[in-house]
Design a protein around this ligand. Structure first.
Ligand SMILES: [Mn+2]
Length: 424
């Protein structure tokens, strides 16, 4: 963890300027009929889960260039997640990936308690083979042609639930790499039937207070066809399984130019939005930092979420899912958590009464202008004040650098080899 004195010193240098900016923004918002304190309070309670795998350096199919002080295992990862929460106060939970993060539940829980963290959704992994695994996922997992291989994948997911129950998780996220690389390689219908049968077997064992999230992805690692390729198929799965099955939307898992906010609106309308993996992309599933390419699209997604707040049963899970190739992962995750909150704060500023009026009158110019007015507002003083009020850092990245955390853990954690590709 970062020494409190370092956080306090960084805040002391910045607090006078922050108060001046906060008061100026407060006066501006007041003229728009908005209470800045009310927005700050909502933002302060808005958390996004950090993916355990995000604190390691990622990679591409070609190579991985590890940074220094890479976490050696789940307990180092939790330390890094603790720092992110300590400075941002925006990431109170961690999402685990099994078997990468497998450890005794009591030990995981004790470590998380010590760091002030909780656990979000569990993530299963049937997209790669593990060393001790009898049957290979080379040709698929939950949709494999071989029943025993499907059963192995089902049992792995049930094990993820069991581990999750021991640490207070309430959801399982399933993403599979199943699909095909050649036209004709698989029977598209039979393959999806097999997937549904497997998913039903998992759902049947889901604890009553758990939710099951299925995640679609248009392509990769299968390049010709993917079993759960888009939100339509994902919706069918959630519908087939039952009330506790929902669709997870990973922003990067769509074709360029896809209207993701509209997908979000549809899933909300029919009660099937489970949650998000936030990230950004330029070309494909780039796993770039959230809000780094198209912050307006992120805002438009949040515009739908804020519009749906208070709807019965509306409780989406928020997680980051990124791969950091050229930055310090802790810095990227802090930045992304801040971008998620920024989009949320901006969406809270939308004058919804005015917007509804312009929509009713078919006044496209003024309707778009209403959204733009909210998007253009610099809400950074609100985000910084929410952090400060909760014991975090006004400037998390500057404070993190001043603390020398990376150098400190680099001395304890041995350097790892960069050989081989693959996303962590
Ligand atoms: Mn994802």
């Amino acid at each position: 963890m970062i020494e409190q004195t370092v956080i306090d010193a960084g805040n002391e240098d910045r607090v006078a300027a922050l108060r001046a900016d906060y008061d100026a923004l407060g006066a501006h918002l007041d003229r728009r009929g908005i209470s800045i304190d009310a927005i700050r309070d909502k933002v302060a309670t808005y958390g996004v889960a950090v993916p355990s795998w995000g604190v390691g350096t990622g990679g591409t199919r070609f190579a991985r260039f590890p940074g220094t002080g890479e976490p050696r295992g789940i307990f180092d990862k939790l330390d890094d997640c603790g720092v992110i929460q300590q400075l941002t106060r925006a990431t109170p939970t961690v999402s685990l990936h099994i078997p990468w993060d497998k450890a005794p539940a009591a030990d995981l829980k004790a470590k998380a308690d010590e760091l002030g963290l909780g656990f979000d959704a569990m993530n299963s992994n049937t997209f790669q083979d593990q060393p001790d695994q009898p049957l290979s996922y080379r040709y698929g997992s939950l949709s494999h042609t071989d029943k025993a291989t499907r059963q192995q994948a089902i049992e792995h997911n049930l094990e993820c639930i069991e581990i999750g129950q021991g640490i207070g998780s309430k959801a399982l996220t399933i993403w599979i790499g199943d699909g095909s690389n050649f036209p004709g390689q698989t029977d598209l219908t039979a393959q999806f039937e097999r997937y549904l049968d497997s998913a039903k077997a998992i759902y049947a064992q889901l604890p009553d207070d758990w939710r099951l999230f299925t995640e679609h992805k248009m392509y990769e690692p299968a390049f010709y066809s993917t079993v759960v390729q888009d939100w339509g198929t994902n919706y069918l799965i959630a519908k087939e399984l039952g009330d506790r099955a929902h669709c997870l939307v990973d922003l990067g898992h769509h074709a360029p130019n896809t209207n993701i906010e509209m997908i979000v609106a549809r899933l909300i309308q029919f009660g099937k939005l489970g949650g998000f993996h936030f990230n950004d992309s330029k070309y494909g599933d780039d796993d770039l930092d959230t809000g780094s390419i198209d912050p307006f699209r992120l805002f438009l997604v949040f515009n739908e979420l804020v519009a749906a707040e208070g709807k019965p049963g509306f409780d989406p899970a928020h997680m980051l899912d990124q791969s950091h190739n050229v930055t310090d992962p802790i810095e990227s995750l802090m930045s992304s958590a801040n971008e998620v909150r920024r989009a949320y704060a901006q969406a809270l500023l939308v004058d919804r009464t005015a917007l509804a009026g312009f929509q009713q009158d078919n006044d496209a110019m003024m309707a778009a202008g209403t959204l733009k007015q909210a998007f253009r507002t610099d809400v950074e003083p609100i985000l910084a004040m929410a952090r400060l009020d909760n014991g975090g850092a006004i400037d998390p990245i500057a404070t993190y650098r001043a603390a020398g955390y990376r150098a400190k853990v680099s001395a304890e954690r041995p350097a790892v080899s960069g050989a081989g590709g693959g996303i962590v």
